[in-house]
Design a protein. Structure first.
Length: 778
């Protein structure tokens, strides 16, 4: 049952609404999305009653496909009975997830049969945009919608300004990602913006400083004996989650020597609850702890001297820094972790090999995140846990059939020579591949140039970003915005045209998981049920748009299969037969090969670097002012906070709980019911506070409070907990939607409403946790 929501009030008629400002909006959204002409009244759903006389045995089959309720993209199989999908489970042929799924996988049936889906292209007929403004959607034909989009794309190219097209890529299949990237390339825009910088780009930057590879690493969990998890929610938001859940069971129950797990986090997370030791650290100080662990390991000669001397560079500078600046006593003052506990942790980590240090969002999504990630990476090198069983491993890629090179025209060349709107690779974000949250700032200022048109592919950045209000404002400044997705998300709400995409259970695609397994594994997506409405898969939409745009853009897509299924066939032909792929749903590469040191490190020394030659070269190339050698070494610098401590004494920690379905929606009763496992409830968001702190503020457990930052305030019920750092207020993300469907609209609040804008300046990663707040009775 739904409990009374933190910020909801009952309206006559039984509907629930959010704050006063949302009342009008929600009502309008309900009219717009609920209108029969939009949804298509004739479409049947799994919940429809079985018609009389239809009791004959159902035709049943299992179909192998893959999930995308989060970026893990696990292989699944779906039971289809009587033409309807009725059950989802893991594909036992997958070696990545070993036939298992996470709890979110079961949401798939509710995604597929969600009655709030868009089934026809929609066109806005009200030029006015904004929350609370009825877009007055009108259904249009695909032909009409695509013709208008192509006309506008042609016009921008005719002006030789293709850089003024902005593309947003949310959570898409890898085949859609490949198509979108190719479209950006051929069209000539440098402005393809993913949501990666809302995740943990800092980890990639830290790895790059250490080993020269800008990307996530994997961990050999089957063979490790010790895990030091710095802010890594292994059982909640880490990826690939289904694999991690499976491996956790193996590490803790099936191995003869149970893997010891220590969790460092200001919040008693689900992972902390299942670990051997929880160390509640002062927020944003993980780098200092990592350096203190290095101090003890080096001072007591516990490091792997053979690996360090043969395969690392810069050890002397790192050693000097760790010994001079990071004694356990000094670091205890910074981190709040007792000096003796630091020593114990260091001895255990170095003495229980193979051991791994893993960084996660709550440690690295800070303004100091890249250096924190670097400091954590160096711990692994110190104990020789690089490319060995039980250590850090490096994900193998899939060798697809290659696509032919793009014969780009002069217009595309001109467009791509322009700076990107998100200022990646500039002095502001010198290392960044993407700076997602810079986009609203650039759009609002019209700098470095104004945008003419944007297309969003399954994106919903205005719910996921710190300082999210800016996204709403910025999207309204785009002269023509097209959104492609199966639902009217908050981002789609500002579109001029919505194109209805298929869900992942209705489309052909290929997919692979983020780093986790080491060995490569490719998954097939195939339709398990016939298409509903007039929805189309994204690759097919791109084929059509490219064809209609014409010229070099059309040429870039010729001979690639012509539709979603054809594209998958084209790309996978060199790997396995189509028949086998359709039957098994997976292709698996060679077993992982350890100790590839000769070809592993992309650093100037061709070794793991404790002193980053890559960073030194970057600073020189971009003419950046360095803080001496410190700029090239892992180190702790105090994180920047938004808001004065005197006015806002607490730190807001917006965390991602297990049941956040990352396709952008929470419109699923199954996920809502189990939303906050650590609080034992669903359908709401709490301000989770340390009991002593809350009592000192005169608060009552379960009473309503305001959580206020310099950017605004939100209202929620307070929940007392012994498992929160005394200076922290933890709030779950994923709720607070005002569009997207009836099961989530008006449920809870989104802490991103009151977070401010700041970044890890190297990687462009948004800093999620540095907003200071105060809490008082509502
Ligand atoms: S981990 Fe992600 S992709 Fe895998 S089953 Fe769960 S929701 Fe689906």
């Amino acid at each position: 049952m739904k409990s009374e929501d933190a910020v909801s009030q009952k309206k006559p008629g039984g509907l629930k609404f959010n704050r006063r400002t949302f009342i009008k909006l929600s009502a309008l959204t309900g009219v717009a999305i609920g209108a029969g002409q939009i949804l298509g009244p004739a479409i049947t759903h799994s919940s429809d009653p079985v018609p009389p006389g239809a009791a004959a045995p159902l035709d049943e089959k299992w179909i192998n496909t893959s999930c995308i309720n989060c970026p893990a993209r696990c292989a699944i199989k779906v039971r289809v009975a009587g033409g309807k999908a009725v059950k989802i489970t893991g594909n036992p042929l997958s070696r990545v997830s070993e036939g298992k799924v996470c709890p979110r996988a079961y949401v798939g049936l509710q995604v597929l049969y969600d009655q709030g889906r868009v089934n026809f292209p929609l066109k806005r007929t009200n030029a006015q945009k904004g929350k609370g403004v009825d877009p007055k959607w009108q259904p249009v034909s695909w032909e009409e919608a695509l013709d208008e989009i192509a006309r506008r794309l042609q016009a921008i190219r005719q002006k030789e300004e293709p850089h003024k097209l902005l593309l947003f890529s949310g959570l898409n299949t890898r085949s859609s990602e490949d198509m979108i990237a190719r479209f950006a390339e051929a069209y000539g825009t440098p402005n393809l913006v993913s949501g990666d910088a809302l995740e943990a780009e800092t980890l990639k930057a830290g790895n790059w400083m250490a080993d020269g590879r800008y990307g996530d690493v994997a961990y050999d969990l089957d063979n490790t004996n010790y895990i030091l998890a710095f802010g890594a929610d292994i059982l909640e938001s880490s990826r690939p989650l289904a694999r991690l859940l499976r491996k956790w069971g193996k590490m803790r129950r099936e191995k003869p020597n149970r893997t010891r797990i220590v969790v460092i986090n200001p919040r008693y997370s689900l992972t902390a609850a299942k670990s051997d030791l929880w160390a509640p650290i002062n927020p944003g100080t993980d780098a200092a702890l990592a350096m203190a662990l290095a101090h003890v390991i080096i001072r007591e000669n516990l490091y792997d001297s053979a690996f360090v001397s043969r395969w690392t560079a810069g050890f002397d500078a790192y050693k000097k820094l760790a010994l001079d600046e990071y004694s356990p006593e000094e670091v205890a003052k910074i981190t709040g972790v007792d000096a003796d506990d630091i020593r114990k942790m260091a001895r255990e980590f170095a003495g229980t090999r193979p051991a791994i240090a893993i960084g996660g969002r709550e440690a690295v999504d800070w303004t100091n995140g890249s250096y924190t990630a670097y400091a954590i990476a160096c711990l692994n090198a110190l104990v020789g846990s690089i490319d060995v069983p039980g250590g850090v491993i490096y994900q193998e890629g899939v060798k697809f059939s290659p696509m032919p090179g793009i014969a780009e025209d002069g217009i595309a060349k001109k467009g791509k020579s322009q700076p990107a709107l998100d200022l990646r690779k500039t002095a502001k974000y010198p290392l960044a591949e993407v700076v997602t949250n810079q986009i609203p700032e650039s759009l609002l200022k019209g700098e470095p140039y104004p945008v003419e048109m944007a297309i969003g592919f399954n994106s919903n950045f205005n719910m996921l970003s710190p300082g999210m209000e800016k996204w709403d404002e910025a999207l309204r400044k785009i002269p023509f915005y097209v959104h492609i997705a199966p639902f009217v998300s908050e981002m789609a709400f500002d579109a001029d045209i919505i194109l209805p995409a298929t869900t992942y259970l209705e489309e052909w695609a290929y997919d692979f998981s983020p780093p986790g397994s080491g060995f490569a594994e490719l998954k097939l997506k195939q339709p398990v049920v016939p298409l509903r409405g007039k929805n189309r898969p994204i690759p097919e939409v791109i084929f059509e748009i490219a064809k209609k745009t014409g010229g070099a853009v059309a040429n870039a897509f010729a001979g690639l299969g012509d539709n979603a299924e054809g594209f998958v066939k084209y790309r996978t032909a060199s790997l396995l037969s189509w028949k086998e792929f359709v039957e098994t749903g997976v292709w698996i590469g060679n077993d992982y090969e350890y100790r590839k040191y000769e070809r592993l490190f992309a650093t100037p020394s061709k070794k793991f670097e404790f002193y980053s030659g890559n960073m030194k070269a970057l600073f020189a190339a971009k003419k950046l002012a360095a803080a001496g050698d410190l700029s090239f070494l892992p180190h702790y610098g105090a994180p920047k906070f938004l808001g004065e401590a005197s006015a806002f004494p607490l730190v807001l920690l917006p965390y991602q709980p297990l049941m956040v379905v990352e396709n952008g929606s929470q419109n699923y009763p199954w996920a809502q019911e189990a939303f906050l496992p650590m609080c034992g409830v669903g359908w709401q968001v709490f301000a989770e506070m340390n009991t002593d702190t809350a009592k000192k503020l005169g608060l009552k457990n379960g009473g309503f409070v305001w959580v206020e930052s310099a950017s605004g305030k939100i209202r929620a019920k307070v929940k007392f907990s012994e498992g929160i750092h005394p200076e922290v207020v933890a709030m779950a993300t994923g709720q607070g939607h005002w569009s997207y469907g009836k099961w989530q609209t008006g449920i809870g609040v989104n802490p991103n409403e009151i977070t401010g804008l700041d970044y890890d300046s190297l990687s462009g990663q948004s800093a999620f946790f540095n907003t200071r707040v105060k809490v008082y009775k509502a």
